[in-house]
Design a binder for this molecule. Sequence first.
Ligand SMILES: C[S@@+](CC[C@H](N)C(=O)[O-])C[C@H]1O[C@@H](n2cnc3c(N)ncnc32)[C@H](O)[C@@H]1O
Length: 189
Amino acid sequence: MPQHVCPPWVGYLLASPLRKLIQNPTAILKTYVQEGMTALDIGSAMGFFTLPLARLVGPKGKVFAVDMQEKMLTVLDRRACKAGLGGRIETRLCTQESLGIRDLSGHVNFVLLFAVVHEMPDALQLFAELASVLKPGGVLLLAEPTGHVKASAFEVTVKAAQAAGLTIATQLIIPRSHAVLLHKPPTNP
Ligand SMILES: C[S@@+](CC[C@H](N)C(=O)[O-])C[C@H]1O[C@@H](n2cnc3c(N)ncnc32)[C@H](O)[C@@H]1O
């Protein structure tokens, strides 16, 4: 595994309830996620955002949690079952080369990329994959940690998203993060 990918012990820290004091997942997500939506949490780790996402999409919605580390997803599955959310969360083990989400093409309403793009080898390929699974009008929330990622590097990441056809809806204010909301333009009638 490449050195810069966060190890499972950090996954436990990231899933800590104490983190909610700084980054409240429901407060961050609730404006963009409605009942019945299909959502994707890329680089979900142990599900700090996945479980609140599953509550927001409700029983008729679905959340796909994608990560390249099996341990992260094993713990996430366990946490989801304990919270009674197992039925609306599907975990998917991916590779660094592909997210393995082609079957979701055109079906996704909301994508979360929180503190993960700086660990990925190819942002252009990532956003191309995500643009193809988003529905027209679908939304992508991109956030990167200010502690690890310079503003100039974040700008490069946003440009990669734009190169895939996503457009900036608004800049976001999230503690300790560079953050932006992007969307896939609706198709013309
Ligand atoms: C810093 S953690 C962030 C976790 C989560 N988004 C959060 O904010 O709590 C990054 C996660 O992305 C995953 N990851 C790194 N590279 C990845 C890739 N190429 N594809 C999928 N997941 C990846 C890591 O395994 C790790 O679980």
